[in-house]
Design a protein around this ligand. Structure first.
Ligand SMILES: C[S@@+](CC[C@H](N)C(=O)[O-])C[C@H]1O[C@@H](n2cnc3c(N)ncnc32)[C@H](O)[C@@H]1O
Length: 719
């Protein structure tokens, strides 16, 4: 029997498939079951019997509950970025991309009702939207081609995150602030991690003092997290690859005495655990075919162990969210109750309904009946036949009347699909009021042994982690570092910038990219080198560009600009006017950058004083407070921006400029193709296949686009 290879490189596999598909558009990429989904009979008698018995839904709502589960899932998305940027994008969406929907031009296929976009009431800032159309509906509608293009491009630029509405709840319930140390225990593919980072970075212009550690046991899925982190350009994220049930104990510098360390405890922990996923039936209809009562039973153990470890790593006074996309009380309340039972009042459930205004839900359950695979239900463990006793465990049973009083499981939140036309979801919010009794959190002896552990010598060469070779993380030694003095001089780096937070990914050889991490991230990495498997960290801040008439061999990188700009002096900054920035962005062909004579006198005067090379283009709209900062390049006679295409379009949109050259109407394109003797049907097929491909990878695949564009531009400008 062949052994399952956990370490298949899914990105490489997808790229191979993409190449295959370009040759033959009829070939479906692996995992693309969308067409099959339309053919799936959305029924499962065992599923119905199980959940009817559990009473997961009030009896009078059962028919609506089941009917809703059989419908396709609406599309939901969030607007990201700073408040001013998100406000500007909201305006653009309402006036340009929602116009067909707001004008009542789009109707629901089934009910023929007019489809209107719904603002999600409980999402902070009103930045989340839901439209009662599936992704496929939007993709296939000519009326909505602009909205579709917008969603795809803005997802790539990081202006929008497409995410199921209910999946947005845990990070909001976690209430993350910029100073929090946050652990996301089961993070991949990373939609919630992205939200955590957004909340952490809520204060524009300030580097957060907290950080997010995003962990996943699956090595290849960790690279989906790398993609998310890259979109958000954060110096405050560490991606790790551990079984979170045995997540290592980490240490940080003692703030009272920097010569010592203290255990790292997290202010916020997210346990979005692996689950049977049966509340995602609307998005994943194949679950109708394979649902079994055994799935939930089998997952209870690992869910409990992850939650328990999360509670250990949580700081006293901190908050932990446990969530699943399952309806099953064995995966939900039973896990919560099991940990509360062991916690002996050190943990308490918190009622967060008030923090999610307008969210419809039902309260957590206090009674359920575990079942074995043969669909026999049990009221107590003693009734379970011996052959099922290793599967149906005593801890899966509901709490006693005394425990019901004590645990307050009714503070858990259950969302059913018909509540607000979403998938189902379960959320429990814990607060830690004292150390958990099963660990020796107060015992200095145990802390000492942990300290010894984390003081091991760092590995001197690349480590092999889960089958992949990870490049090392090599920190600068400050002003003594060979390349830093030229960077410091060229960009007039301020004295309070800690160059020791810069790092490269090689011990020897020419440094190509220089990354930046925040001081706390650096501390965590340095103090725990020997016992954490770090997959990625740091935001690309400087990129080598030799032969460019520059006294400094490094240009700025757009990814890291936001994090470093506060430390850059005035010499390399250009205060650019709106009309000039539009000229720069609209002339985005790197081989024909706009001539300096094309700009206003205001901008030209500054450029006269600016030596050739990398610079910062700064634009501020006084009325809206919208501030854009872009990496520019002052050529001998020209000025251009160093932005990848999705970012260019994003900035043009924010500036209210014309983006029509990027708004390809694939339906018109297909028509034109059919006129040139290509079958209309075939052209549409190709176009649809390409888009399916984009959609299937957009949330998952590493974003190589920015890199390749930057490389191409670099090649151009070094000519
Ligand atoms: C429900 S998904 C998480 C979704 C993610 N939080 C998001 O919002 O995108 C569960 C994840 O848990 C990971 N996982 C499963 N067992 C794990 C373990 N023992 N430790 C850490 N991660 C685990 C899986 O690889 C999977 O990526």
């Amino acid at each position: 029997m062949g052994r399952k290879n956990r370490n298949v490189n899914k990105f490489a596999q997808r790229k191979r498939e993409k190449r295959e598909q370009e040759k033959n558009p009829q070939v479906k990429p692996s995992g693309d079951t969308r067409k099959d989904y339309e053919e799936i009979v959305r029924e499962n008698a065992t599923f119905e019997q199980y959940y009817k018995t559990q009473k997961v839904c009030p009896e009078e709502e059962w028919t609506t509950f089941m009917a809703s589960l059989k419908e396709n899932l609406p599309t939901a998305f969030r607007i990201t970025g700073s408040k001013a940027e998100a406000d500007a994008l909201m305006k653009v969406i309402s006036s340009n991309y929602f116009s067909a929907l707001l004008n009542g031009e789009v109707k629901d296929d089934g009910t023929n009702e007019i489809v209107k976009p719904v603002n999600v009431p409980w999402y902070p800032g009103g930045f989340a939207w839901q439209v009662k159309l599936s992704r496929t509906d939007i993709r296939r509608s000519e009326t909505l081609y602009k909205l579709h293009n917008f969603l795809v491009a803005e997802t790539a630029a990081g202006g929008v995150s497409r995410q199921e509405q209910v999946s947005m709840i845990p990070p909001v319930a976690l209430d993350v602030k910029p100073h929090h140390k946050v652990l996301d225990m089961c993070a991949a593919p990373g939609s919630k991690t992205a939200q955590l980072i957004e909340f952490l970075q809520a204060e524009e212009d300030k580097m957060p003092t907290g950080f997010v550690m995003a962990n996943d046991v699956d090595n290849s899925r960790c690279y989906m997290l790398v993609h998310q982190a890259k979109r958000l350009n954060s110096p405050c994220i560490i991606i790790t690859n551990h079984d979170s049930a045995v997540m290592p104990a980490l240490r940080v510098t003692d703030p009272q005495d920097p010569s010592k360390t203290v255990p790292l405890k997290f202010d916020r922990v997210l346990c979005d655990v692996p689950c049977s996923g049966d509340a995602t039936l609307r998005k994943n209809p194949d679950i109708w075919l394979k649902w079994s009562v055994g799935n939930g039973n089998n997952l209870h153990g690992i869910q409990y162990r992850i939650l328990k470890r999360g509670c250990e790593l949580l700081a006293v006074g901190g908050r932990l969210v446990y969530s699943t996309c399952s309806f099953n009380p064995v995966e939900n309340e039973a896990v919560v109750a099991r940990v509360l039972r062991e916690a002996d009042s050190s943990l308490q459930l918190r009622d967060v309904a008030g923090e999610l205004p307008g969210l419809k839900y039902i309260k957590g359950m206090t009674h359920w009946r575990p079942a074995s695979k043969d669909m026999v239900f049990y009221d107590k463990y003693e009734d379970v036949p011996e052959r099922w006793q290793t599967v149906v465990r005593p801890q899966m049973f509901p709490p006693t009347p005394e425990e019901i009083e004590k645990f307050h499981l009714d503070k858990c939140i259950r969302i059913l699909p018909h509540h607000q036309d979403t998938g189902g979801f379960f959320v429990a919010v814990f607060e830690k009021v004292s150390p958990v009794p099963w660990t020796n959190e107060k015992d200095p002896q145990s802390e000492k042994s942990e300290e010894k552990e984390s003081k091991k010598e760092p590995p001197q060469k690349k480590r092999r982690i889960g089958g992949y070779r990870e490049d090392p993380f090599v920190f600068f030694s400050g002003d003594q570092e060979d390349v830093y003095p030229s960077i410091k001089e060229f960009y007039e780096m301020k004295e309070d910038f800690d160059a020791k937070c810069l790092l490269t990914r090689c011990y020897v050889g020419k440094k190509k990219n220089i990354y930046l991490v925040s001081p706390i991230v650096k501390d965590v990495l340095k103090r725990n080198e020997a016992n954490i498997k770090v997959i990625n960290t740091g935001v690309k801040t400087f990129v080598r560009c030799d032969n460019k008439n520059m006294t400094c061999p490094f240009r700025l990188s757009q990814e890291g600009l936001q994090s470093i700009i506060q430390f850059i002096g005035t010499k390399r900054r250009v205060d650019i006017l709106r009309e000039d920035l539009i000229v720069v962005l609209q002339n985005d062909n790197p081989s024909t950058p706009p001539d300096i004579s094309k700009f206003t006198e205001h901008t030209q005067n500054q450029l006269k004083e600016l030596a050739t090379g990398s610079c910062v283009l700064e634009y501020k709209d006084k009325e809206s407070n919208l501030r854009l900062t872009l990496v520019g390049w002052r050529g001998v006679h020209s000025l251009r921006a160093y932005t990848a295409t999705p970012d260019t379009v994003h900035y043009l949109r924010l500036l209210g400029a014309d983006t029509s050259k990027y708004e390809v109407n694939k339906f018109k394109a297909a028509e034109e193709q059919s006129e040139t003797d290509v079958s209309n049907v075939d052209a549409m097929k190709v176009s649809n296949a390409e888009e399916k491909q984009t959609e299937s990878v957009e949330d998952n695949e590493e974003d190589t686009q920015t890199e390749s564009i930057e490389d191409a531009e670099e090649a151009q400008s070094s000519k």
